[in-house]
Design a binder for this molecule. Structure first.
Ligand code: PLP
Length: 302
């Protein structure tokens, strides 16, 4: 199962690109790991976060996967697609009443055969499993948060040649699962910088900590809370302008929920002289571009 999944994952070569945006100071090297190019739907970190959950489900002989997410959730759609590829039945529990018109994410999840249940916000909060679901099921927590998710995410850095050369690994965080995986995987001379996209989500540190291995506990992790732009999936013209700039300068597409905010954060750190000459930064492009469909048409040039 893991082998089969890895074959899907690594069949598209994962590339690391050198980038030199105009705002990077001289003497600082920046690379980007293009996980957004892995697969058109299960892009980015989701592939990595899902694999050990699916493996565990298979080992326990559970052929139905249940998971949770909002109407634009990258996790929900990635799970639908991964289950479709790996032959699992899949149920999605969606936050909020059933809308008159489905989001593009929900439509795509349906196309992958995901069975959907819409729960109002209070029922969703309790993560109630509708009684209609009788099958022996396996639950993947919302956002893939958990030890199997972090274990998969720790394999992200295996895709980078010369990983030891980097001084800083930079990513966006929602649940913090990817951040935990990366922190477990780095070496003692490296630092993970994680830009939280949720507003004032100060419990993130504890949530990440509970996914760290003994080695990970000793590693250097910096969490930044300053670039959420008002909260999850919130944005303003400044964020959109920074995305357009990355596109025109570098031909680099970002998503407004995660990667654009992390990039913006790095730009600020660079401008505040956080890094020193000779530092070697690796930015994880964790995908999520499908989420841009929730923006009004023509907001972005890509
Ligand atoms: C889900 C997601 C994240 C956040 O990952 P966590 O492990 O929940 O912190 C970051 N970037 C993108 C593009 C995502 O889709």
């Amino acid at each position: 199962m893991i082998d089969e999944f890895n074959k899907l994952l690594y069949s598209n070569k994962i590339i690391t690109q050198s980038i030199a945006p105009s705002w990077v100071n001289q003497g600082i090297n920046t690379h980007i790991l293009r996980l957004d190019l892995i697969h058109p739907v299960i892009s980015g970190n989701k592939f990595f976060k899902l694999k050990y959950y699916l493996d565990e489900a298979e080992k326990r002989d559970k052929r139905t996967i249940i998971t949770f997410g909002g109407a634009y959730s990258n996790h929900l759609l990635a799970t639908a697609c991964a289950c479709n590829l790996m032959g699992f039945k899949c149920v999605g529990i969606v936050r909020g009443e059933k809308p008159a018109i489905f989001s593009s994410t929900i439509k795509a999840a349906l196309e992958y055969g995901m069975e959907l249940y819409f729960l109002n916000r209070s029922a969703y909060k309790e993560k109630k499993i509708p009684f209609l679901i009788q099958d022996h099921h396996y639950i993947i927590p919302e956002g893939g948060y958990g030890i199997p998710g972090a274990r998969g995410a720790s394999e992200i850095l295996d895709c980078v040649t010369g990983i030891k050369e980097y001084t800083h690994i930079i990513c966006a965080s929602g649940t913090g699962t990817m951040t935990a995986g990366l922190t477990n995987a780095i070496n003692s001379h490296q630092q993970v910088i994680s830009v939280s996209v949720l507003k004032e989500n100060y419990s993130l540190q504890t949530e990440i900590k509970s996914l760290l291995t003994e080695k990970g506990m000793k590693n250097d992790l910096k969490i930044i809370h300053d670039y959420h732009f008002g909260g999850y999936a919130k944005y303003n013209p400044e964020l959109l302008d920074s995305m357009k700039e990355l596109w025109t300068e570098l031909n680099l597409p970002t998503d407004f929920v995660y990667t654009a905010k992390a990039m913006y954060g790095i730009k600020q750190l660079i401008q505040n002289d956080y890094f020193k000459v000779g530092d070697n930064l690796l930015f994880i492009h964790s995908g999520g571009l499908q989420g841009n469909h929730s923006l009004p048409v023509n907001t972005l040039p890509f």
